[in-house]
Design a protein around this ligand. Structure first.
Ligand SMILES: [Zn+2]
Length: 229
């Protein structure tokens, strides 16, 4: 059983960074819940959260939760600020295991792949408490800049946040070789109900074909069959 601890940065009295009508603490919780939901489609993985609501937690408490669980990985999700654009990831800048470096490589790459046209600011190292105090591989992601208008526009899109979550999940899946649960594969575009009727699910309607193609592409990436009508 692979045990993953998802850490939504900030919370409660600590909003984290704010900008463009967004608060870091809300975005991190939203992303972390999306990651958890997606991970539930995989077998052999146990998902834990440092917080699932808007509450304050010390950095040491977050690490202690993961340490007590003897987790295999902690991922701390953050939003950047301070002038800039793009995505970057961190591991501790002291001694880290080879696994930590390997997980950062694969998770960073999968997130970049999933979020499309976003600047790659690189794989970095820093003395962040949540990374230093954890006994297991720990990675912190900084998902775009809340105080950058272009980045913030993306962060306001639920679909973009879903892509961010998807990238984290693909990274975890590759890092630990997770397999999808047999019954969760959405390989059938339509299911016959007991009364013999067919139900189709529509996910969007666009006046611009490019937007439709983008969504279809996104769905295909996630393993859903998609057609444009
Ligand atoms: Zn933060």
């Amino acid at each position: 059983m692979v045990r993953i601890v998802l850490d939504a940065g900030h919370g409660g009295t600590d909003s984290g960074a704010v900008g463009n009508g967004l608060r870091e603490k809300d975005l991190t919780l939203n992303i972390v819940k999306k990651i958890g939901n997606l991970l539930n489609d995989y077998e052999g993985v146990e998902v834990h959260y440092t917080r699932t609501d808007d509450r304050f937690l010390e950095l040491s408490e977050r690490a202690a939760i993961a340490n007590k669980l003897k987790a295999d990985l902690l991922i701390s999700v953050h939003i950047n600020a301070g002038g800039g654009t793009g995505f970057e990831s961190y591991v501790y800048n002291g001694n880290v295991s080879a696994a930590t470096v390997a997980y950062q490589n694969v998770i960073h790459a999968e997130i970049m792949k999933a979020i499309g046209n976003v600047k790659d600011r690189g794989k970095k190292r820093a003395d962040y408490a949540v990374l230093r105090l954890t006994n297991m591989p720990a990675i912190l992601t900084e998902n775009l800049f809340i105080d950058n208008a272009n980045d913030a526009a993306k962060l306001k899109s639920e679909q973009f946040l879903q892509q961010v979550a998807y990238g984290h999940v693909q990274g975890i899946v590759k890092a630990f070789g997770l397999k999808k649960k047999a019954n969760s594969t959405p390989s059938q575009p339509q299911q016959k109900s007991s009364d013999g009727k067919l139900y189709r699910v529509q996910v969007g309607a666009f006046s611009d074909r490019k937007n439709a193609e983008r969504l279809a592409e996104e769905l295909k990436k996630k393993g859903y069959p998609a057609i444009i009508v």
